[in-house]
Design a protein around this ligand. Structure first.
Ligand SMILES: NC(=O)C1=CN([C@@H]2O[C@H](COP(=O)(O)OP(=O)(O)OC[C@H]3O[C@@H](n4cnc5c(N)ncnc54)[C@H](OP(=O)(O)O)[C@@H]3O)[C@@H](O)[C@H]2O)C=CC1
Ligand SMILES: O=C(CO)[C@H](O)[C@H](O)COP(=O)(O)O
Length: 477
């Protein structure tokens, strides 16, 4: 398999298992940054493809033989897995446990569920091995040119990985978008919430697309220009940037634009759902993320949606002047983005306390400023907000953001009123605004919910005027 014929003795400084979309690109990035890197995949075609591509980069080889892979790595071995999350990771670990030696380091770079990482870390520790969870974001391009890396595990072990990670990570004003985040599964947890935020931002963007099209008659060309313009301002972000490009992509299989030929069913691999599920366990509200997951589920129900559209006529669309719609959408989208980051970071703060991660949220926001899918100009200011006030309970309470959020509110409300009146679903913007309104209302109607709970189940309630738990024999008529 090797075309380089390097010596058979340990020669490579970094090993990578799983030469798919992420692995192949990540290992080329590692080699290009001066580390001798060896890849392993079961599939000879993938190993061959890496060797082919690696010729231009140098210092990279591939094998399909696991014992050869292990023999040719310098000790302690540093091996990163970029294989599909789930059972495959355990299968690879079963094999590695047969051949690795105490002190070797295994890094899971995939989207593994955080409790799996804790379990695997304990398993490998028993064998004298180190296990590290380091979520990687940025897709294929990021892996190749500079991803954001979210590492967690034993701090001493990170020191061995730091030179490689800092070299390959994306740079924001020269600062690598990687930092040690915390013990155990901290890295995989942060990556999971990153993906939850990703779901929220994508859903908000999609809703703007729908409302601009339905109420403003924006063409794909108009949308591309608009998103491009937005990307020059406070909405500057990877997702807004690629959205501008998506709207100008011609259909490679026919006339017209590709976007118009893509089926409106969004799939999901599970990280958004895990974020929501765990937020529920922690008792932290992340409604924009929840609804983004739910909306993907609704999108999958195409036949029912089609049937519903036939049975329930929509209101006649009332056209809104394009400039007004554009202004309101920009502010509403920015508002929604801020609410989504606020929710995700709030969840991280609670998870940090619950699982002992000791997360520094300013650091988390800092390493998201470049390389990852949720990178955005706003993250620089978000990081600053947590630096100024490390105990900040919620981003929307940050003095930095209060005036900006206040300024966005009229537009977000006006846009939603129009959308609701016209029967255009904007579930993520709606959830973001209701989240904001609830989080900024000192007295919510939950006194009634407590009364109902006590009425039917003697669950007791607390009072506003004295301490203790109370139960009432409610008067039944
Ligand atoms: N794609 C993306 O944009 C991103 C993905 N991720 C995460 O990174 C991880 C990898 O994703 P991605 O690169 O997209 O996945 P791919 O499916 O493209 O690549 C996975 C690779 O692992 C190989 N593989 C499977 N089983 C084994 C095994 N037992 N031993 C060795 N190699 C094996 C696969 O080979 P074969 O195909 O022959 O089975 C394949 O080459 C996942 O956890 C994913 O969630 C994270 C960020 C972004
Ligand atoms: O990890 C990623 C980016 O950082 C994945 O590309 C992304 O989360 C895909 O998720 P899904 O398939 O659920 O939309």
């Amino acid at each position: 398999m090797d075309t380089h014929t390097p010596p058979r003795e340990p020669f490579f400084e970094f090993g990578l298992i799983g030469l798919g979309v992420m692995g192949r690109n990540f290992i080329l990035n590692v080699a290009e940054n001066g580390f001798r890197a060896l890849g392993y995949d079961l599939d000879p075609e993938k190993a061959g493809a890496l060797e082919q591509e690696g010729q231009q980069v140098g210092q990279v080889a591939a094998t399909t033989d696991l014992s050869e892979f292990v023999q040719r790595l310098e000790r302690p071995r540093k091996i990163m897995l970029l294989v599909p999350a789930g059972a495959v990771v355990d299968q690879v670990l079963d094999q590695l446990l047969q051949v690795l030696e105490p002190g070797d380091i295994v890094v899971d770079g995939g989207n593994s569920y955080f409790t799996d990482t804790d379990r695997r870390e304990a398993r490998l520790r028993e064998a004298g091995l180190h296990y590290f969870g380091a979520g990687v974001s940025g897709g294929a391009e990021g892996a190749r040119r500079g991803p954001s890396i979210m590492p967690g595990g034993a701090p001493g072990v990170y020191e061995a990985l730091r030179p490689v990670f800092e070299a390959v990570a994306a740079k924001f004003r020269g600062e690598p978008c990687v930092a040690y985040l915390g013990p155990g599964s901290a890295g995989n947890y942060v990556k999971m919430v990153h993906n939850g935020i990703e779901y929220g931002l994508m859903q908000l963007t999609a809703e703007c697309y729908q409302v601009l099209t339905a109420l403003g008659g924006f063409s794909n060309r108009d949308l591309s220009k608009l998103f491009h313009r937005w990307n020059q301002g406070r909405l500057q972000s990877f997702l807004v940037e690629i959205t501008a490009e998506i709207f100008q992509q011609p259909d490679p299989l026919g006339d017209g634009d590709l976007i118009d030929r893509i089926l409106d069913k969004a799939r999901q691999k599970g990280t958004g759902k895990w974020t929501s599920q765990n937020a529920m366990d922690l008792g932290i509200p992340v409604p924009t993320i929840d609804i983004a997951v739910t909306t993907r589920a609704i999108s999958a129900l195409k036949p029912a949606r089609q049937q519903g559209e036939g049975q329930y006529p929509k209101p006649e669309p009332q056209t809104v002047p394009a400039d007004l719609l554009e202004t309101d959408c920009e502010a509403a989208l920015y508002f929604g983005f801020l609410m989504t980051y606020a929710q995700g970071l709030h969840q991280l703060s609670a998870a940090s306390a619950e699982y002992g991660y000791g997360l520094n949220l300013a650091t988390v926001a800092r390493i998201w400023r470049a390389g990852c899918i949720i990178r955005a100009a706003a993250l620089d200011a978000i990081s600053g907000a947590y630096e100024e006030d490390p105990g900040l309970e919620n981003l929307l309470l940050s003095k930095r953001f209060v005036p900006e959020i206040i300024a966005c509110l009229p537009a977000a409300r006006a846009l939603l009123v129009r959308a609701i009146a016209q029967g255009i679903p904007m579930p993520a913007l709606s959830a973001s605004l209701s989240y904001f309104d609830a989080m900024t209302t000192a007295r919510l109607p939950m006194n009634l919910v407590q009364a109902q709970r006590d009425y039917f189940g003697s669950h007791t309630y607390e009072r506003t005027d004295r301490e203790g738990a109370f139960h009432t024999h409610w008067k039944k008529t």
